[in-house]
Structure formats: structure tokens, C-alpha cells
Design a protein around this ligand. Structure first.
Ligand SMILES: [Ca+2]
Length: 494
């Protein structure tokens, strides 16, 4: 992790950097080779309902809303995981969780171990080195690649962004309260803005297109905001749904940052040649209502994984789209925009959104999208299925309007498919008619249940998705582990 803008020496990133360097030998203004720049605003914990364009009645996001009005808004947009690291692993790898085995923040055994009915599958806390990242692909295509902000996919040597395809590594750990007191810069929003502008300016000077991944630390806890905005929202009439003053102020700061960056694109004359993507890493937290969505960050109900999203493609489609998308789709989308080539063995689980964005297609070719979480996530929340965990081991499929959740405990311990009518191993929802996921239809529409279950089991087999396993004498938790697991967990970054 680097605290200042740093051009990584070519030797440090090997062949990819050499390729990138070579393609820019002839100086040209950014984007003048006909390829679009890509600027991704990636929020942390911003829930689906937390922007103006998705319906907040208190938070203010005028710049984001204005961009959204001139963009293609994806109404059914999902994060790849229900919290930070697994979701980011999907985004950066372009693959589903079974292929990265990044399932959790910290570990897959969070919470009281004597409440866990299965032994969870171990977690990768770094993105495996074999993965050719989205930044590798974009750098290989001659783009300036930059990360600003939160990485969360490994800080060990060899795993930092500068070794994973990002030519400019401005990533940094979570911003502390102490730093805010010293700088009055909430969650380092404005420092990150300045770093983003530096990379954009540098790319224009170098004549290279850029892929800038601006991964805000905002709007994650701990909430910070400048006093003037706190005062402003204190004086504002609370909404019926939202009324969190400091959170509102912090969101407004993020909106200001985006205003500054977008303004710079216009000043530099590259706004018509820059694709802007806005989204979040996971759903919101319980302090900020996501109604009518069920659940919050950490759960695989809609409140945990549905995120506000738009793609602003100059000359592309303006409006909204109800095709379900997921963050593994950005990798192939960006690769197509860049005309990048991938290694033959590279697997991508997503599908390029570009045909939809350009108005050449109304739908995608794939039928379904998937999530896999073979672990336990502590601290239950409103809407969760469970009174102890936010999430127990599960695998999910969304196909058309339908979503099926397979719960591994009931599946493994209560007779699996043979006992499916009685063991509560699956829940089935029609998201179009029941966005709040109140009516489990698994025993009402058995044909649909079986269809989705067939597809889900096939996907698990195809991707090698591991299921949490039954305890036996050798894999039981020790009394010491069980005691340790009951210590109160502090509110740590995830
Ligand atoms: Ca997050």
C-alpha cells in the first residue's frame, strides 16, 4: 500500500507494464486512439436506497443523481458478495467466489462456534496470485490503471495492488478517527479526490487512456463528516425513511468529490470520452433503512446485495434497465471497451454489459447469476433468517424474476433433496412480485424450485463450489476455540 501517488518501476510489474509502455510510445492525448477512459466510483457500504436516484427521502446526492439521469441505471444490480472482501474479489477477478475462495472478511467462522452446525470452508484473505486481474487486463491493453482508496484483498508482499496490475497504487487502509481530527477530511474523501485528479491529469499528459478505480472508504462506519454539513442536515426535516445526520453529511461529501472529478473531466475535454460507472461493494447497514428490501449487509437477501448502479457511456443508452447484473460483469465490459486480450486460460463468470449500454441488445445471454457463501457471519440483523448469525452457509441463484437460496445446514444434515419438501433447505422468492422476500414459495411452486435447484447444483459442480461439511471427531472445534468465539467482537472493518 502506498500513501502517495507512485509510479511503480517497470521491473516491478513485469511483462504487463512493458506491454503498456510500448503501446504508448507515440504520444497522444488520452482517448484519442478512439478508446474510452473508464472511471469507476466504487462506494463502500452504500445501500441501494441511500442515493437520491434510488429514492432516499433525506440524503442528498445531486451530482450522482444528475449523472444517473444521463446514464443507464441498472435497477437490479448486485454485488458479488454480501460484504467487502468477497465482493471486491469478484469485481477484481471477474469470477464468482468459488474460484477465488475469498468468502469473508477475516474468516468464515465468525460468531459462537458452538452454534455452528457445520464446519465452514476456510477463507482466502488475499486474492490468489494465479488470478489475472481486471487491472492486469487493462494495463496489458495499454491503459493507465489506478486504484485510489480501499483494496481489501491482501496487504502481504506480492498481494498489494501494485503487484496486481495497478500501475498507480494509491490504496490505503481504513481511515481512522485520529486522521479525521487532524485533517477534517471525512474518510479521506478529499485526499482520494486529489489523488484521482492527479492520475487523470497524468494520463492526459502521457496520452494514455485510463482505468481509474476510485474505491471510496466512504460511507463505511465509522461515520465522519465536516461540521458544516452536519449542521445543514441537523436543520433539515427528517425523512420518513432516512434521518441519520452524520451519514447524510458523509454521503454529501462523497457527492462533492464526484462533482469535482466529473468537473475535471469536462475541463480537460475528456468527458465525452470517459465512461463513468457508479456502484457499491455491498448493501447498507441497519442504521439506514433499505425498505422495501429485506435484510442488510452480510445477508444474501436483497438488502445485503442490491446496490445503486449506473453506467454513463457517452452516446450510450439513457434510461433504466431491469436485466439483473452482478459485479463480475464489469471485467468483461471493461475488457470489451478497451479491446483487451486475455490469456486463453482466463475464466470470466460475467458477461459484457456493453451491448445493452450501447442499445444493441435488450438482454444478456446468460440465464442466471450466483453467489456462494460456505461460512458463518456473526452479528445478526433485522431481516436475517437467524437470531445468531447474519448468514449461515448458503448458495444462491437468481434466474429471471426468481431467487432460490440453498441452506447448507438443512441440506447436509436433514436429508438433502430427498427430504426437500420438509427440511427447509431452500427458500424461493419471486422478486418481481415480492421484492421484500416475505413469501417463501418453495413448497408452492415446486416446479420452479426444482428448476432453480437443478441449475444451482450444476453450477456448484461446474465451479467446484465447496459446501461446509458435517462435523466428525477430527474436525470439531475445541473447547478453547468455542470459548474464544464467544468473546464480544468489536465493530471491525469489513
Ligand atoms: Ca463494504
Amino acid at each position: 500500500m502506498k500513501s502517495k501517488l507512485l509510479a511503480v518501476p517497470l521491473a516491478g510489474i513485469g511483462i504487463l507494464a512493458l506491454t503498456a509502455q510500448k503501446s504508448s510510445d507515440a504520444p497522444k492525448k488520452t482517448g484519442k486512439d478512439g478508446r474510452k477512459n473508464i472511471l469507476m466510483f466504487f462506494m463502500d457500504d452504500l445501500g441501494y436506497k441511500d442515493t437520491g436516484f434510488t429514492g432516499s427521502d433525506f440524503y442528498e446526492t445531486p451530482t450522482i443523481d444528475s449523472l444517473a439521469r444521463n446514464s443507464l441505471v441498472f435497477n437490479i444490480s448486485y454485488s458479488g458478495g454480501a460484504n467487502s472482501a468477497p465482493s471486491r474479489a469478484c469485481l477484481i477477478s471477474g469470477t464468482y467466489s468459488p474460484r477465488t475462495e475469498v468468502y469473508a472478511v477475516f474468516n468464515t467462522t465468525r460468531g459462537p462456534k458452538d452454534e455452528m452446525l457445520l464446519r465452514a470452508i476456510p477463507n482466502n484473505d488475499t486474492l490468489p496470485k494465479r488470478i489475472y486481474t481486471i487491472a492486469d487486463a487493462m494495463a496489458g491493453a495499454g491503459y493507465n490503471t489506478a486504484i485510489i482508496g480501499k483494496w481489501h484483498l491482501g496487504e502481504k508482499p506480492g498481494y498489494t495492488p501494485d503487484k496486481r496490475g495497478f500501475i498507480f497504487d494509491n490504496s490505503s487502509p481504513t481511515q481512522s478517527n485520529a486522521q479525521f481530527k487532524a485533517t477534517n477530511d471525512p474518510k479521506a474523501i478529499f485526499e482520494e479526490t486529489s489523488q484521482t485528479l492527479d492520475v487523470i491529469n497524468k494520463s492526459v499528459k502521457e496520452g494514455k487512456p485510463f482505468f481509474v478505480y476510485m474505491a471510496f472508504h466512504a460511507v463505511h462506519q465509522q461515520w465522519r463528516a465536516q461540521q458544516k454539513y452536519i449542521d445543514y442536515f441537523k436543520a433539515k426535516t427528517p425523512g420518513k425513511q432516512h434521518n441519520e445526520v452524520v451519514y447524510a453529511a458523509m454521503i454529501k461529501h462523497a457527492d462533492d468529490a464526484i462533482k469535482e472529478v466529473v468537473g475535471r473531466l469536462r475541463q480537460l475535454g475528456i468527458d465525452k470520452n470517459t465512461v463513468i460507472v457508479f456502484t457499491s461493494d455491498n448493501g447498507g447497514i441497519p442504521s439506514t433503512s433499505q425498505a422495501p428490501l429485506r435484510g442488510f449487509k452480510g445477508t444474501f437477501y436483497e438488502g445485503g446485495i442490491r446496490v445503486p448502479t449506473f453506467i454513463n457511456y457517452p452516446g450510450g443508452v439513457v434510461g433504466s434497465c431491469n436485466v439483473p447484473i452482478i459485479n463480475v460483469d464489469y471485467y468483461p465490459t471493461f475488457v470489451e471497451i478497451a479491446g483487451a486480450k486475455l490469456p486463453k486460460e482466463k475464466i470470466l463468470d460475467g458477461e459484457s454489459l456493453l451491448p445493452i449500454v450501447l442499445g444493441k441488445a435488450k438482454t444478456l445471454n446468460r440465464e442466471s447469476i450466483f453467489w456462494h457463501f460456505p461460512g458463518y457471519l456473526d452479528r445478526t440483523c433485522p431481516g436475517a433468517r437467524d437470531t445468531v448469525f447474519r448468514q449461515r452457509p448458503a448458495t444462491m441463484i437468481r434466474k429471471g424474476d426468481w431467487k432460490l437460496i440453498l441452506f447448507h445446514e438443512e441440506w447436509v444434515l436433514k436429508g438433502g433433496r430427498a427430504n426437500i419438501d420438509k427440511n427447509h433447505a431452500v427458500e424461493l422468492y419471486n422478486e418481481k412480485e415480492d421484492i421484500s422476500e416475505k413469501r417463501d414459495l418453495s413448497n408452492v411452486n415446486k416446479a420452479k424450485r426444482d428448476e432453480l435447484l437443478d441449475d444451482l447444483l450444476k453450477w456448484m459442480k461446474d465451479t467446484g463450489a465447496k459446501t461446509a461439511v458435517k462435523f466428525n471427531d477430527s474436525n470439531r472445534f475445541t473447547q478453547k476455540e468455542i470459548a474464544a468465539s464467544k468473546q464480544k467482537q468489536k465493530d471491525e472493518d469489513e
